[in-house]
Design a protein around this ligand. Structure first.
Ligand code: GCO
Length: 473
């Protein structure tokens, strides 16, 4: 039996261990009371899990080039194979199905679907996602599609990528074609993932693909992402009239690293760029006053009318509060800084604050007209959990997720219209510039053998979701 077949067989066999307990300190899964119909799910993205980067006609995206040039990835790894989900997909869907978690947010790879500039659709690329949808349907898992999770085709990068206004129009065209292909099969369609992170970290700081730096690249990329998002939403209204249309933003409260006036100013600026310059154009058709002038060189008359769109739901990715300091060496003089808050949780050496989820959800609720939201990502990184096959204890993750869900429940009790919660991620995967150094999965992936082993948090989340759905556990 080939390794791949063996893994597929493994995925279909009973799980290696099923703990029926977790540390007593954790809230009992049945202690939560989310509203009926609340959507629990898992999130992934194409580039981080698929692998098969040069198979079946796929061409390079900006992350392929970024991983293979220079020393951008902390552990020197790449995503050429990563979880090999492209081949092991049925087993991964089976893992989700066995958890009882009924929703799955994934993204499609643009260079897999349209490998050439102005070229025809790649039938084999589309066939992969058709098979994924078949598999999900067979297991009663609802698909949530995210159309653009950072893997821009390299042919568009060669024409300037997001710093080129034309890419906004290419995105709308892409969204239109993809949604027409999937027809009525997908009921929830999100346009972008985290315009703030993609523009700042990828175009302002250069830590992510395409590795550009400086204010002009950051601001122009963000404006063109906002414009592309607005155009795409309009295109999707016509091409997927049955679907709920939205987008996903990384929304985090921002605090200054210290009380110095420079840090306080830098934090306000980053807040305006990270939260405001993403949500204001979409909901209010303007940029925050603090940074509006910075967008003027790129914002043509009528652009803000295109950016402002009615959406059916907003995906909110929340991980932790941001702490910002003034640093003149970086674009706009802002940079991530130290945190002086006392916190209980720490991951990737970053302090984690579950109450920040409550803070940001209530802020969006109050400032943006009480939109329907779902938490499209929330997760916790570890270096390595337990020993594979030995019960994989991940108390830190479990505790952090449990605390986030308590704060989320509180925001709903206080009136926020939050209708879903998706964990990042079902399995360990390629964590961008950190490579495989940090792991976010509730399922462990051994990147040598590709074996998947559920961690304790998988079972805890499964029990919680089942209890909320009234299933006996
Ligand atoms: C992001 C992305 C995910 C990450 C996750 C953990 O926020 O960077 O949406 O792709 O992997 O957030 O960092």
């Amino acid at each position: 039996m080939k390794r791949r077949e063996a893994l597929q067989a493994l995925a279909a066999s009973p799980l290696p261990f099923v703990p029926n307990h977790w540390p007593a300190a954790q809230p009992a899964p049945a202690s939560y009371k989310f509203p009926p119909g609340f959507a629990f799910g898992f999130s992934t993205s194409a580039y981080q899990i698929e692998g098969a980067v040069s198979e079946d006609g796929r061409t390079q995206g900006i992350w392929d080039v970024f991983c293979h040039t220079g020393h951008h990835i902390q552990d020197g790894r790449n995503a050429d194979v990563t979880c090999d989900h492209y081949h092991l997909m049925p087993g991964d869907v089976a893992l989700m199905a066995r958890s009882g978690v009924p929703n799955y947010r994934f993204s499609v790879s643009w260079p897999r679907l349209y490998p050439e500039l102005s070229g025809p659709p790649n039938k084999r690329g589309f066939a992969f996602y058709d098979r994924l949808l078949d598999e999900l349907q067979a297991k009663n898992i609802t698909p949530w599609l995210c159309l653009y999770h950072w893997d821009l085709p390299q042919y568009l990068q060669e024409r300037g990528g997001w710093t080129n206004r034309d890419t906004a129009y290419r995105l709308a065209e892409f969204c239109d074609k993809v949604s027409r292909h999937f027809g009525g099969r997908i009921g929830n369609i999100m346009v972008l993932n985290e315009a703030a992170v993609h523009s700042y970290i990828g175009h302002g700081l250069g830590f992510h693909a395409p590795g550009l730096t400086g204010k002009a690249n950051w601001v122009s990329a963000l404006h063109h992402l906002n414009l592309g998002q607005g155009l795409s939403i309009q295109a999707l209204r016509a091409s997927a009239p049955h679907a709920r249309i939205g987008t996903v933003a990384s929304c985090e409260p921002v605090r200054p690293s210290t009380h110095s006036p420079e840090d306080v100013k830098a934090a306000a600026l980053l807040d305006a760029m990270w939260n405001g310059a993403v949500l204001d154009p979409l909901f209010k058709g303007k940029y925050p006053a603090l940074v509006a002038a910075d967008f003027e060189p790129y914002c043509k008359p009528g652009d803000l009318r295109e950016c402002q769109q009615k959406i059916d739901l907003l995906g909110v990715n929340y991980y932790n509060r941001l702490h910002i300091k003034y640093d003149p060496h970086y674009a706009m003089g802002v940079m991530f800084g130290a945190d002086n808050d006392k916190v209980k949780y720490r991951a990737m050496n970053i302090p984690m604050s579950p109450d920040g989820l409550y803070e940001i959800v209530m802020r969006i609720h109050n400032d943006y007209g009480q939109p329907e939201m779902f938490i499209s990502e929330n997760g916790f990184a570890t270096v390595k959990d337990g020993k594979p096959g030995s019960g994989l204890e991940d108390d830190g993750r479990l505790a952090y997720l449990a605390a986030n869900l308590q704060f989320l429940q509180k925001s709903i009790d206080d009136g926020a219209n939050v209708t879903g919660y998706f964990i990042w991620s079902i399995m360990d995967n390629f964590e961008w510039d950190a490579g495989m150094k940090y792991r976010f999965g509730v399922v462990d992936v051994d990147f040598k053998t590709l074996q998947r082993t559920p961690k304790q948090s998988y079972y805890w989340y499964s029990a919680l979701v089942k209890a909320q759905r009234g299933v006996q556990v």
